[in-house]
Design a protein around this ligand. Structure first.
Ligand SMILES: [Zn+2]
Ligand SMILES: [Zn+2]
Ligand SMILES: [Zn+2]
Length: 347
């Protein structure tokens, strides 16, 4: 994620800010060129500080879950991220607000990243091949589960409750469970349909790398939940769950690919370096490049490994879990490189 600056006082702004903490000007994110735009709060309309252009906030700003801005004459009330919401939580239930807010923070970051890659994000409501989000509780339908089907990403609202999510993480013995992780995984299934299933060359390469997805999915999942992952799963897979079926391995690897790109992009925008005498030569880095502009995925991984080592160490200083508790083996790098190369033409 980029680091942004106030258009009035140059103070740094986070992606989620709707005001500048230094000067009090309003701020909003403009997705068309990935800029944060700021406005004089005393003005009667939303005229940008730098370019003096009038905007409007996405309608979801009123609920405190979106800070994106759109052109004044844009034909929608909602931004391009919120237009993808098909079902939002019941807003007459007060407790749903904080959970919906957490989900929208993760979803907006996901959309930022998919837009940066250059992927098309049509809405399922207007295009059969499009994408949409259902943020639901078991009250909507007791059979609903977090998952993806035919462009519809369903996330159970309870996943946004940190206590319940931590319980699920422990029960499933996962090293990491987050909302952004869920969203990156589920959208991976959607893009498998868009980028792989309809492209014979990509499908062939996919099968060579991940295996044949025609293996019975329900049987494969049942076997996985009964027997677990093979002992040597770390050699070739990014997670235990990735061993369950080629589709799940794709979605897991895709999610980790997006994790790595985001970490390295953020490090780049902060100009982070790991360059101490106490660190061996191969663990030194200077995040001098935006990973989305780089062709060779290996150089991105070579930055990410020392970076996550350094950030994990900082987290340990504070007694919290590692930011990236995974090992990226050469076999996994090969799989992620396939995804990176598949996405290069979209930039
Ligand atoms: Zn400011
Ligand atoms: Zn919005
Ligand atoms: Zn999945």
């Amino acid at each position: 994620m980029k680091v942004f600056q106030c258009g009035h006082c140059n103070y740094p702004l986070f992606f989620e800010n709707n005001t500048c903490e230094n000067c009090g000007h309003l701020s909003g994110y403009r997705d068309l060129d990935r800029q944060m735009v700021t406005f004089d709060p005393a003005g009667s309309s939303l005229i940008s500080d730098r370019e003096k252009i009038e905007y409007k906030y996405c309608k979801n700003k009123a609920h405190g879950v979106c800070n994106w801005i759109i052109a004044k004459n844009y034909p929608h009330d909602y931004c391009r991220s919120c237009q993808l919401n098909r079902t939002i939580p019941d807003l007459s239930v007060k407790e749903n607000f904080p959970n919906w807010h957490h989900l929208e923070v993760a979803k907006h970051r996901l959309i930022y990243q998919l837009q940066k890659i250059g992927l098309d994000l049509p809405s399922k409501m207007t295009n059969e091949e499009g994408l949409c989000f259902d943020f639901v509780t078991k009250n909507n339908d007791p059979n609903l589960m977090t998952g993806h089907a035919n462009g519809v990403i369903t996330i159970l609202l309870k996943e946004a409750d940190s206590v319940l999510r931590e319980q699920a993480r422990k029960d499933l013995q996962e090293p990491y469970r987050t909302l952004i992780g869920h969203l990156r995984h589920e959208v991976g299934h959607y893009f498998w349909e868009r980028l792989i299933s309809e492209n014979q060359d990509a499908l062939q390469t996919f099968r060579n790398i991940f295996g044949n997805e025609e293996a019975n999915y329900a049987d494969a999942l049942q076997t996985y939940y009964k027997q677990g992952a093979p002992d040597d799963w770390r050699d070739s897979y990014i997670s235990k769950y990735a061993t369950s079926h080629p589709w799940e391995e794709w979605a897991e690897t895709w999610a980790h690919y997006l994790h790595i790109m985001d970490m390295v992009e953020t490090a780049h925008f902060f100009g982070l370096e790991v360059n101490s005498k106490a660190i061996s030569e191969n663990m030194k880095i200077a995040s001098t490049f935006d990973p989305y502009t780089i062709k060779d995925f290996r150089s991105i991984v070579q930055t990410c490994i020392p970076l996550s080592y350094a950030v994990n160490s900082i987290n340990r200083s504070m007694g919290i879990s590692d930011v990236y508790p995974f090992v990226i083996t050469a076999a996994v790098v090969k799989k992620m490189s396939f995804i990176h190369e598949l996405l290069l033409p979209y930039r």
